[in-house]
Write a protein that binds this ligand. Structure first.
Ligand code: ATP
Length: 864
């Protein structure tokens, strides 16, 4: 500790560590992690594939059959079980990897200064000695001693159980006391600071006492839970049918042991044990696709809810707009305009199209000073960072020759940071022994605190008339979609509060909508989703932008925070469906808005960035945090994080959510109808007193060839074209809604009946049990391979979708087909699987009974 204390006093404390030093310390102390949750080892995942009672029964039965002399049979069965296990392993391993990658992405970050530069790094890469910047909403990434702060408060409840926020102080250079420390995992509730890391990972206080919460919850989604339940029922049902098949066989005089093996094999084949795994895989794969589109899912259940979204409440600045502000208008004694684009510092002030020089105007000078000093952004050649509103002010000032460098003889004494409740900020600065307070913020907030104004270089009284007049100017600018800031100052003697200010001027800045937002809003509307704008900005600014991007229609309402305050919850609920823009709201309003939508029974997504947004984000069905502008708390409360803070990404995620859900329906349909077909084939044959249509080995082969790959390929469907032209599905809607159960049962029955018919005809016609069984096997497998194409859509024919548009499915079907041909025509395989090489007539029977129904149903849908 002694070494660290001298280290803390070094002059270059804010310069931070060098890359080389960071690497050295990382090697020495390791990553800044509490405990790395052990990944499930691949071997364990593989072994868990066989951890199933029915599979154990089958293995036991197989071993018995080996002793009874059926060695080839036994080996084949074991190989098939092994291959099934490998398929299951691939599915589960991919899921594990996808979830792991997800955790990595959602992992917390921290702002550090290294080699004199501010940068955002993964919190786990922090080392002892790093200089860290923290502000309200941040989670403390390591144990940190405070080097500089005006005011900072933390919530240490995680560590001490104390629920009240604790105020902390700057380190005085002597000995480090707890009041100078910020501890890992605690939350900054107010203020900001610069600090130095003195302990990381397991050496932190948190590391000593507890395991941190995992950033991602591995919770099961409601659908997964429901499917698990369904799976349990199906197991019982299938076991009963298998027992019946076994019993009828034995009554008919078949070998008891053989019938037992038939029953167990049928149970293994027909129990959709792969279902939960494929559901997880398709959720995880969907999550990966979303990640590629910049949406990080923090909770798997959110994927399901996304598809049901009915209302998307979105922040304006930065989400619907580009957050690239440019000052366009300046009001001093009259309204000037300022030229120039983006962050380019070339531009000039004009009045009526003519360039003017305001150098001698006192208000102009103060406007520039306030813009530069009451500002935390950085505008340097290679480093532009900070709040875009403030960057815009620096760019404007630079156009007029005012920079931080030029005003460096103003010394910062204290800052009252901006927050979206106050909608203003101020700084106390000192120059030549005199102190000044510079204030900027929303016009109506600043104007009501003004007592004087600058007029012809004089300070005169600021009247009610002035205020009214300026509010009108404010409205005029706002109607042009400009964000307006008012600037004021005062010389401070004793009272440094933000009152009795001298009004300086107004600034109007443009923040153009993101280009992709127009389409995204349109897409939302077509998909039956209502986009709603929620902003701290002025009513008229918000309305102008909302109109431009299509959120606000002619008959829609705009509601301000003040108006909202006057409404009771009931009244709000009544009108909320008509309101498309909420302006001048605070985070507390957001919470009320979410609640009101939810009470109306709507599924609502809500974005947030600031620390105060967290409750609303948590309350929403889909809480969305901004990846760039968002604070740690909001991210932790959210189920979705937007890496690019873009509204269009929310819409893309909703679309992906719908696709994933549809895909799950697709393979459930496929797997269940196929399993019904398999069970019925055996059951009907025994009812009809026919000899066994399939031997145990053949049943297991059907399972191997049709269950795994084709079902997995269905989960890779890209989504039908009209997926965003349908309304959202109800949240409580069953996965089997829209007649899916009927489709599954009917198709299952048809597969079974067709297979048994083909088998019975073959028995009659060819009189050879091996040929007939081969035909039954071919018919059953081919029916399923045809059926998988039907499952690609519930609304369209495969011909409209494009037969080859899912490449994975084509590969899966071809590989199953190849396996089938292989066991039919390879002499060695024929002996193992008791098959016969089919001739053209026999293939005709197979294709007739397996393909006709698929063809008819596809033609039916094609015509529709
Ligand atoms: P949203 O992101 O929710 O769409 P917003 O970013 O426009 O809203 P806030 O950041 O809460 O909303 O800003 C509200 C108002 O506060 C703005 O209209 C502006 O007048 C004022 N304001 C914004 N940023 C600053 C700042 N850095 N300093 C002073 N005032 C500001």
């Amino acid at each position: 500790m002694a070494l660290l204390e001298t280290d803390l006093k070094k002059d270059n404390a804010y310069f931070g560590l060098s890359k080389h030093e960071v690497k050295k310390r990382l090697d020495k102390y390791g990553y800044n992690e509490i405990t790395k949750k052990k990944r499930k080892s691949p071997i364990l995942i593989f072994l868990s594939q066989f951890n199933d009672f029915i599979v154990w029964v089958l293995i036991a039965a197989t071993i018995v059959s080996a002793f009874l002399g059926e060695i080839a049979d036994a080996i084949t069965i074991l190989i098939i079980i092994l291959m099934d296990g490998i398929l299951g392993f691939i599915q589960e391993y991919r899921t594990e990897c996808a979830l792991e990658a997800l955790k990595e992405l959602a992992s917390p970050t921290a702002k550090v200064i290294r080699e004199g530069k501010k940068m955002v790094i993964k919190a786990r890469e922090i080392v002892i000695g790093d200089i860290v910047e923290l502000e309200s909403g941040d989670r403390v990434p390591a144990d940190i001693v405070i080097l500089k702060t005006d005011f900072i408060q933390t919530d240490e409840s995680l560590l001490s159980g104390e629920s009240l926020p604790v105020e902390k102080r700057e380190y005085d250079g002597k000995s480090i006391k707890p009041e100078n420390m910020l501890y890992m995992g605690c939350l900054i509730t107010k203020g900001k600071c610069i600090g130095k890391v003195i302990a990381t990972g397991m050496n932190t206080e948190m590391g000593k006492i507890a395991d941190m919460l995992d950033s991602i919850e591995d919770s099961k989604t409601p659908l997964q839970e429901k499917l698990n339940k369904l799976g349990e029922y199906l197991v019982y049902l299938i076991l009963i049918i298998c027992a019946l098949v076994t019993a009828t066989g034995i009554i008919r005089g078949e070998n008891i042991y053989k019938m037992f093996l038939v029953g167990v094999s049928l149970a293994v084949a027909a129990i959709p044990e792969g279902l939960p795994a494929i559901v997880t895989v398709s959720l995880a794969l969907g999550v990966q696709r979303m990640m590629k589109k910049n949406a990080v899912v923090r909770r798997l259940p959110a994927v399901e809810t996304l598809g049901c979204t009915q209302v998307i409440c979105s922040d304006k600045t930065g989400t619907l707009t580009q957050n690239k502000m440019t000052v366009r208008k300046i009001y001093l004694d009259k309204l000037y305009s300022i030229t120039g684009e983006g962050y380019n510092t070339k531009g000039e002030i004009q009045y009526n199209g003519l360039t003017v020089n305001l150098e001698r105007n006192e208000a102009f000078k103060k406007l520039m000073e306030c813009s530069v000093l009451c500002n935390n952004a950085v505008l340097e050649k290679n480093n532009i960072s900070g709040d875009p509103t403030e960057i815009a002010l620096l760019v404007m000032a630079a156009k007029c020759g005012y920079t931080k460098e030029k005003l460096k003889n103003f010394m910062l004494i204290k800052e009252n940071p901006f927050d979206s409740d106050r909608k203003m900020m101020s700084v106390l600065v000192q120059k030549d022994g005199k102190r000044y307070l510079f204030v900027k913020g929303a016009a109506e907030k600043i104007l009501q605190r003004c007592k004087y104004k600058i007029s012809d270089d004089d300070i005169v009284e600021f009247t009610e008339k002035d205020k009214k007049f300026l509010l009108n100017i404010n409205d005029e600018m706002a109607k042009e979609a400009l964000r307006v800031l008012a600037l004021a100052y005062k010389q401070v003697d004793r009272d440094d509060t933000e009152n009795d200010l001298i009004f300086i001027g107004l600034l109007g800045m443009i923040d153009p909508p993101r280009r992709e937002v127009y389409n995204a809003v349109l897409e939302c509307k077509m998909a039956g989703i209502t986009p709603v704008m929620i902003t701290g900005d002025h009513k008229l600014t918000a309305a102008a932008i909302a109109k431009e991007i299509g959120i606000l229609g002619n008959n829609d309402k705009v509601l301000t925070g003040d108006e909202l305050n006057k409404l009771s919850d009931k009244e709000l609920e009544k009108i909320i469906s008509d309101v498309k823009v909420f302006a001048r709201v605070t985070p507390a309003h957001k919470y009320r808005i979410v609640k009101a939508f939810k009470r109306k029974g709507l599924v609502v997504a809500m974005t947030g960035d600031g620390v105060n947004d967290a409750p609303a984000v948590k309350e929403a069905d889909i809480g969305i945090a901004m990846g760039q502008a968002g604070t740690d708390v909001t991210k932790e409360a959210a189920s979705l994080i937007l890496l690019d803070d873009n509204f269009a990404t929310i819409v893309a995620a909703v679309k992906e959510g719908r696709i994933i859900y549809e895909n799950i329906r697709k393979f459930i349909r496929y797997l269940l109808s196929c399993n019904i077909g398999e069970v019925l084939t055996m059951f009907l044959s025994s009812l009809l007193n026919l000899p066994l249509p399939l031997l145990p080995i053949q049943i297991l082969f059907v399972n191997l060839a049709t269950d795994g790959l084709p079902a997995m390929a269905l989960s890779m469907e890209k989504g039908e074209k009209d997926i965003m032209q349908r309304g959202p599905r109800r949240k409580d809607e069953s996965i089997f809604s829209d007649g899916l159960v009927h489709k599954i049962i009917l198709r299952g029955i048809l597969i079974g009946v067709c297979t048994v018919t083909a088998y019975a005809i073959s028995l009659n016609y060819f009189g050879d049990i091996i040929v007939s069984r081969t035909i039954a096997l071919g018919t059953l497998i081919m029916s399923q391979l045809f059926h998988v194409f039907e499952c690609r859509s519930e609304r369209q024919s495969i011909f409209k979708l494009g037969v080859f548009s899912n490449k994975y499915l084509i590969c899966a079907v071809l590989s199953s087909l190849f396996m089938l041909i292989f066991i039919f025509y390879n002499p060695f395989m024929q002996r193992i699987f008791y098959t016969h090489p089919l001739n053209i007539v026999q293939w005709f029977i197979v294709l007739l009974f397996s393909g006709t129904i698929s063809l008819i149903s596809n033609l039916y849908w094609y015509k529709k």
